[in-house]
Design a protein. Structure first.
Length: 202
């Protein structure tokens, strides 16, 4: 007598495969790309001569291949920088110092429109220039970028709090025209040079 081969339940196998899929989806971690949201400036017009930059107006941040931060101010020799104090130092550099202080960037007189009134303001001409080595790690590069942008954001927050009693982000949502006045007073004055070879070993 020929025995019949028992059939295998395909339904239970599908259930097991589904459970395994759910298990791997729950337990597997995936790397998430990190970056900075930044609006890039338009290309430079080749027919326009760039303005001359005075050395006292530039705060240079260099990052070598060993992820060491070097700071240069007023054309002096680079000195070691600290990521923990970088934001505070950049804020102090970009903050308008009036009357004129030769240890800080120049200031220019301008007028802001605050609540329908003309308000005199002294705007800093300070610029932060960042340059990294080709061997700089992406992690420290992003960290430094974040601290530089954070310094500008905090200065904008302080000015928005002074005139409108709210943060710059809140002002941007409630009154775009007023927010543009804060941006005018505190621009995102951060430039980035092409990577170079500073040396330094990991």
């Amino acid at each position: 007598m020929i025995r019949e081969t028992p059939e295998i339940s395909a339904g239970s196998m599908a259930d097991i495969a589904f459970l395994l899929l759910i298990f791997f989806l729950v337990t597997t971690t995936m790397d998430v790309d990190s970056g900075i949201v930044r609006k890039l400036p338009p290309p430079l017009d080749k027919n326009v001569t760039p303005p001359k930059i005075i050395k006292r107006n530039i705060y240079t941040v260099l990052i070598n291949s060993a992820d060491m931060i070097l700071i240069t101010v007023k054309g002096q020799e680079p000195k070691p920088g600290n990521i923990k104090t970088l934001r505070r130092d950049v804020k102090e550099f970009l903050r308008p110092h009036y009357p004129d202080n030769p240890n800080f960037p120049e200031v220019e007189d301008m007028t802001l429109e605050i609540n329908g009134k003309k308000v005199p303001y002294h705007k800093s001409k300070g610029i932060v220039s960042m340059q990294n080595d080709r061997g700089t790690s992406y992690k420290i590069y992003i960290h430094v970028q974040n601290e530089l942008a954070g310094a500008v954001r905090e200065l904008r927050d302080e000015l928005a709090q002074q005139y409108y009693g709210m943060t710059f982000k809140e002002l941007l949502k409630s009154d775009e025209k007023a927010a543009k006045q804060i941006q005018k007073a505190v621009p995102m004055a951060i430039s980035e040079a092409e990577p170079a070879d500073f040396g330094g070993s990991k």
